[in-house]
Design a protein around this ligand. Structure first.
Ligand code: COS
Length: 383
């Protein structure tokens, strides 16, 4: 086993860390408070290639593998989880095209993202179909050489800004999950409208919106793969994008621990720095150990993907453990700050709010546990 990073990965990590320190951290609070979209930072993120880092190089992207991506994800989320979400949400929408798109679709739909800053959205979730993704109700009816899409989607990251949407819809409602298909829908398509922008607890520098599809017509060339494999496309995509969410958890937790250690070294109570109290020393050790364990799970899942080995269980483990560590560490670290941790003048409360969403999006942690247990237990015949 070799846990060391190669020279390229070290350079990537350095670049992402410097970007997070210089561009993200100093501006994180401003964009969070105003729930403002960080246009300026995203322009810079585009220029250095983060937004298109996963698009294969033949279409103009960075062509990074999964291990590279989780290394970057940790650094960017350590800078600001909201901005990280904006950057990586486009990758979530690129992934189904990368995995299942034809050569023509990849050229036509991925290349423009590498030439000019724009965003993409992955549109699976609906009001009545969150964890139960197979129950989605948006329909796509074949009429001649077109599909006509009707329905709505919610909680769509980049939803209000995207120039391209990957939309999951039922082409055969009788067939349940096997009746779902995936479509590439450009923003300017008539009938596609953006609804309410959500006012969120955390990740406030990211845009989350509702979408409506009212007789939205797309040519049959925009179908990804073939009819009926939409659910498989969504699941394969999520298998490959969940480890980066775990990595984001590691990044958020790491920043919280760094602040807590700095504070504990300098804050004096009862005549000595609070880091010298055994209670805090134990907390610091536990937080650091959890962060290390989460990072290993994340990198192992990414490594499996790069080897094209099965990784559904490991990706789910990386996602749920990494985000649980973020929640636990931010809560413990805030507690060490006492009253100061609760105040908006300090970075701790934002980190704790941001950690929460990592336990929910890209599949709740309860869904991750279901995925893991199903693989361990295997099929059971009901009596
Ligand atoms: N890879 C390949 N195929 C998969 C798969 C995977 N990871 N997961 C499921 N499938 C296949 C199954 O093998 C099954 O195929 P068959 O119909 O050929 O038997 C089909 O998909 C249906 O699977 P299953 O019966 O397990 O579906 P369920 O409705 O029970 O749901 C979960 C499965 C819960 C895992 C799924 O609904 C899920 O991931 N939900 C969370 C959605 C989510 O993450 N939303 C976040 C929004 S995106 S930000």
């Amino acid at each position: 086993m070799d846990f060391s990073m190669n020279e390229e990965q070290k350079a990537l990590q350095k670049m992402a860390l410097e970007f997070a320190e210089k561009e993200m951290k100093p501006n994180a609070s401003k964009y969070d408070r105003g729930e403002e979209f960080p246009d300026e930072i995203m322009k810079k993120a585009f220029d250095v290639g983060f937004i298109t880092c996963e698009i294969p190089s033949e279409y103009g992207g960075g062509g990074l593998n999964h291990l590279d991506t989780v290394i970057i994800s940790e650094e960017l989320a350590a800078g600001c989880a909201g901005m990280y979400t904006t950057i990586m949400a486009s990758s979530l929408a690129f992934t189904p095209i990368i995995l299942f798109g034809s050569e023509e679709q990849k050229k036509k739909f991925l290349t423009p993202f590498t030439q000019k800053l724009s965003y993409a959205s992955f549109c699976l979730t609906e009001r009545e179909a969150g964890s139960d993704a197979g129950a989605l109700k948006t329909k796509a009816q074949k009429k001649g050489s077109e599909y006509v899409i009707n329905g709505s989607k919610c909680f769509i990251t980049n939803g209000g800004l995207a120039s391209l949407y990957v939309v999951f819809a039922k082409t055969d409602p009788q067939k349940g999950a096997r009746g779902i298909s995936a479509f590439i829908v450009p923003r300017e398509t008539p009938g596609l409208t953006v609804g309410k922008t959500e006012d969120k607890m955390g990740h406030r520098a990211s845009n989350t919106a509702e979408l409506f599809f009212d007789d939205v017509k797309v040519p049959q060339e925009n179908l990804l793969g073939k009819e009926g494999i939409g659910f498989l496309i969504a699941m394969k995509t999520l298998d490959s994008t969940r480890a980066p969410v775990g990595a984001a958890g590691v990044g958020v937790a790491r920043t919280a621990l760094d602040h807590a250690v700095d504070y504990a070294r300098t804050r004096t109570q009862f005549g000595k720095p609070i880091a010298l109290f055994q209670h805090n020393a134990f907390k610091i050790s536990q937080m650091a150990t959890q962060i290390n364990a989460a990072r290993h799970l994340v990198r192992h899942a990414a490594w499996l993907m790069d080897q094209e080995k099965p990784c559904g269980k490991e990706s789910a483990m990386a996602k749920f453990y990494g985000s649980d560590v973020a929640m636990n560490v931010t809560t413990q670290a805030l507690q060490m700050f006492g009253g100061y941790g609760y105040m908006k003048d300090y970075p701790m409360e934002k980190l704790m709010r941001d950690a929460k969403l990592l336990q929910i999006y890209e599949g709740t942690n309860e869904i991750q546990k279901l995925v893991i247990s199903r693989e361990i237990v295997g099929p059971i015949k009901k009596k």
